[in-house]
Design a protein. Structure first.
Length: 476
């Protein structure tokens, strides 16, 4: 008896413990697994069970002024501009099997205009007026709707019945069909197993049109039903290895994704990289067509090679003749910059012009001050001086810049020369109030005024470029 009672009590204790643990075990499994196979309605309008009502006009927001039409459902039209309506924040599960059934009133798309229906951020149905076509855009890929290429037939003011089945876990549209109502034959399209862009979402619905020209555009959505079936989704790890030319692993990364997903490498994965002081150059990878296996065994290999030191040769050619050859070595894929002699010569010329211009301004300050009787001449000198100062500032900025080319430097040199000429002519402009006096000529052997390339006045010269009496002189 004692043994039996103890055994019964032991059974009861174990049962109670299991009951207490059961909720915890269910939490460990997770909500997705527990609800797998459950079908729910995400959004439904325009059906017998859920007809369009005026309340929907506030749920759909945008730039259009919509109405509820007996045939066209949620509908709007306008003579000008671009308009759209959308509803957001639809509750779509991350691992859902989506089924979408809709009837879209394609509306009128004239001239350079188009109408559209967008489901999420990955699928858009479009009709175009000028091109007279209908198409579906999935990511960046376009699929033409058959028999929807004639004006006012099959495409314009047609009703397209749309059916789509989408696996949000794998990012694949397993089925997408379109069947039009107008014309013979009717508009049609059938797609299977189309991959969507990575991270595609289905939380929004939008209709609208883009008007470039034309009038009387309209669009409508008679009905749409979005349902989802939650599914149990398994995830697994996969490995990305970067290897050198000897198949030695340089670095490795473990990632997690849904079992069965097609693996797509990021752009950063296939770029050159540096480990320590060694640069590696990307060559190839074997990711194409690979999917995530459920046993964590999938491996992606990205092949690279160590950057090599390469020899380069640069030939400077003038009128078909090589006038200079520069040779050197540089790391593979690195950029090599070689100074062009014409460019350097222009920079030297520009530096000399700047010095000459500054000397010109300095030496004529007294002459400017002496011009007081002729207002017009004063104004001309002031304008020419301002122009010369601006040209000097532009030239000095050019010398400090590494972004200029030869053509730009030549233009700046010519601008500075022209500004000096204009200033000199303004100073030498005859005074109309003074007559009968010829220009005075200095005679004798007065000492010349000499400046070096830094703008300093000097009394002795060596080989180089100087500004003597306002003119550039090369002394050899």
């Amino acid at each position: 008896m004692t043994t039996k009672n103890n055994f019964a009590w032991g059974n009861m204790k174990i049962t109670n413990i299991l009951k207490a643990l059961l909720p915890m075990l269910m939490l460990a499994v997770g909500a997705v697994t527990a609800q797998a196979g459950v079908v729910s309605t995400v959004y439904e309008r325009g059906t017998a069970n859920n007809p369009w009502t005026n309340a929907d006009l506030t749920e759909w927001t945008g730039t259009a002024s919509a109405q509820i039409d007996a045939d066209k459902g949620l509908y709007f039209e306008a003579e000008k501009a671009t308009h759209s309506l959308s509803i957001e924040n639809l509750q779509v599960d991350e691992y859902a099997l989506l089924t979408i059934d809709a009837v879209w009133f394609t509306g009128r798309a004239y001239n350079n205009s188009n109408t559209y229906l967008s489901i999420g951020d990955a699928i858009t149905f479009e009709t175009y007026g000028q091109e007279q076509l209908g198409q579906v855009v999935i990511g960046g890929s376009k699929y033409t709707v058959a028999n929807a290429v004639k004006k006012n037939k099959n495409r314009d003011s047609d009703y397209w019945t749309i059916h789509a089945e989408i696996n949000t876990a794998t990012g694949v549209i397993s089925t997408l069909t379109i069947a039009g109502q107008n014309g013979s034959p009717t508009a049609s399209l059938e797609l299977t197993d189309v991959a969507m862009p990575s991270g595609a979402k289905f939380t929004t619905l939008s209709i609208g049109y883009n008007r470039v020209s034309g009038s009387g555009l309209n669009v409508g959505l008679p009905s749409i039903v979005v349902k989802q079936e939650t599914q149990e989704v398994a995830t697994a790890d996969y490995t990305v290895n970067w290897t050198d030319e000897n198949d030695q692993v340089l670095k490795s990364d473990t990632r997690t994704s849904t079992v069965g997903n097609t693996i797509t490498l990021a752009s950063a994965d296939v770029q050159d990289f540096t480990l320590g002081d060694i640069t590696y150059i990307y060559d190839s990878n074997d990711a194409e067509g690979k999917t995530v296996a459920d046993d964590n065994s999938t491996v992606i290999t990205i092949k690279c090679h160590q950057a090599r030191m390469l020899t380069y040769t640069v030939n400077e050619v003038c009128d078909g003749t090589t006038v200079r050859t520069i040779e050197g070595t540089a790391l593979e894929t690195s950029s090599v910059k070689v100074a062009y002699r014409r460019f350097n010569a222009l920079k030297t010329t520009l530096q000399a012009e700047i010095v000459a211009a500054k000397v010109l301004l300095t030496e004529n300050n007294e002459e400017e001050a002496a011009v007081r009787r002729n207002t017009t001449k004063e104004e001309n000198i002031a304008a020419a001086k301002a122009e010369l100062e601006a040209a000097i500032a532009q030239a000095e900025a050019a010398l400090d810049s590494n972004m200029l080319n030869i053509g730009e430097l030549e233009a700046i040199v010519q601008t500075l020369k022209a500004a000096q000429t204009t200033y000199t002519e303004a100073l030498n402009e005859p005074d109309p109030e003074t007559t009968g006096i010829a220009a005075m000529q200095q005679t004798g052997s007065a000492m010349p005024t000499v400046y070096d390339m830094q703008g300093r006045r000097v009394t002795a010269t060596r080989n180089g470029i100087y500004v003597i009496n306002g003119k550039k002189v090369v002394i050899k």
